[in-house]
Design a protein around this ligand. Structure first.
Ligand SMILES: Nc1ncnc2c1ncn2[C@@H]1O[C@H](COP(=O)(O)OP(=O)(O)O)[C@@H](O)[C@H]1O
Ligand SMILES: [Mg+2]
Length: 397
């Protein structure tokens, strides 16, 4: 690499106003989220503005192909999917850039698509925490002619973290308040909470996954409608169904809910296998699809409320729950959350100028900015790292 490249990057990092693209694909596997933003200033004084967003949906065949890859593995398939998703992430980014009227950005932060996440793995008796996000960042950098920061989770694990959740630092940057303790909830495939004590430094943040978000609901809808529907639009099916008390009780005994934070989970725990187990016990037509969906929706609402009551409210008296992620569109889920947590103000990140469907994509643009500034974004309280560390690695454009 020529000296010139480093100098260019150094100059770029010093600009007060930077343009960036954030790329994210979550466990829901609905598609690739892209957000083009401008970032002004440094540290806590950063101001972020969204110029354009784009959701590049996965085609059914892509989603099924990814699910097969996750289930069956295979090195040839893995390497091919990595390159292929690199192209798809670049396309998603390109479409967002076009909407923003830009041809490129100063830099890109790309999360990739998680296909494996095993924070407690062991090999030959050694702890070998590992995680794999694909969507080759070199491909993205080459197509969009900008440096790409990627592989945020592996570095976190190398420093003793769970590799998740990574967005809490950005929640702190964008949503913390000097006088009010707040929690930020993301309802994606899984659901996670960030707690922002009033006036706290990043050391005071704590965060953890609460359990399932939309994944089990999505899987049940897809299974029950033979793929005609992909999710419970607005929570209509859940609203029409009745919770099955025995099933709900059984699901709530899952050990994950009593595990103290920091903790993270994924489709390996609350995904296809768990739904299969449920269906072995409660086969249709002995139960109604909408009752199953109502039960899984209640499971998400209860596990979030329980997490707040069990691990948060006794030490941080939060007054406000700020919500993002696709689950915010599930009105039944949101109504149940408010009913279970009557003392909290529950609102969307939209109230703070952040599109709730793109908060994570915006976050990865900011995490890339932090990487370039050498700023720690993972803290002992968020992922369990042994000390605050910056995350990411760089691919030159
Ligand atoms: N109108 C809607 N009604 C109900 N659920 C919705 C709606 N729109 C999106 N969702 C849910 O949000 C999910 C996508 O959320 P997202 O935040 O992108 O999750 P992830 O980060 O895991 O990809 C969808 O799979 C679906 O379950
Ligand atoms: Mg998504």
């Amino acid at each position: 690499m020529t000296m010139r490249k480093w100098q260019q990057l150094d100059a770029l990092c010093r600009q007060v106003r930077r343009t960036a693209l954030g790329l994210m694909a979550g466990t829901s596997m609905d598609g690739i989220d892209a957000a083009v933003v401008t970032i002004e200033g440094f540290g806590r004084e950063r101001r972020v503005q969204t110029l354009a967003t784009h959701l590049e949906p996965y085609a059914d065949a892509e989603r099924e192909g990814l699910q097969t890859l996750i289930r069956e593995g295979g090195l040839e398939a893995l390497a091919a999917w990595d390159a292929y998703l690199g192209e798809r992430f670049a396309e998603a980014g390109q479409r967002a850039l076009t909407k923003a009227g830009l041809t490129t950005v100063d830099f890109i932060g790309s999360h990739g698509q998680t296909i494996w996440h095993a924070p407690a793995a062991r090999l030959f008796g050694h702890l070998t925490p590992n995680t794999l996000q694909i969507g080759q960042p070199d491909v993205i950098a080459a197509r969009l002619h900008a440096p790409v920061v990627a592989d945020f989770r592996t570095r976190d694990m190398a420093y003793g973290g769970q590799g998740a959740p990574l967005v809490p630092f950005v929640d702190w940057l964008l949503l913390s308040d000097a006088h009010e303790s707040r929690a930020v909830l993301n309802i994606g495939g899984m659901a996670n909470l960030t707690i922002l004590p009033a006036g706290g430094s990043p050391d005071a943040i704590y965060a953890f996954d609460t359990g399932p978000g939309n994944t089990l609901i999505d899987l049940a809808v897809r299974w029950g409608t033979e793929g005609r529907e992909r999710y419970d639009g607005n929570g209509t099916r859940a609203a029409q169904g009745q919770v099955i008390p025995a099933l709900l009780k059984q699901l709530l005994t899952h050990p994950f809910f009593e595990q103290p934070p920091p903790k993270s989970t994924g489709r390996e725990v609350f995904g296809e296998a768990l739904l299969q187990e449920i269906l072995m016990q409660y086969a249709l037509p002995s139960i109604q699809l909408n009752d199953l969906i109502a039960t899984l929706t209640e499971l998400t609402a209860r596990s979030i409320a329980h997490a707040l009551q069990r691990w948060v409210l006794n030490k941080t008296p939060i007054q406000r729950l700020i919500v993002a992620g696709g689950g915010i569109h599930n009105q039944t889920l949101m109504a149940r959350l408010q009913a279970l947590l009557p003392e909290l103000i529950i609102e969307s990140t939209a109230a703070y100028g952040i599109d709730p469907d793109f908060k994570e994509a915006i976050a990865f643009a900011l995490l890339a900015d932090c990487f370039l500034q050498g700023e720690p974004v993972a803290y002992p309280g968020t992922t369990g790292v042994s000390k605050p560390v910056p995350l990411g690695k760089l691919c030159w454009g």
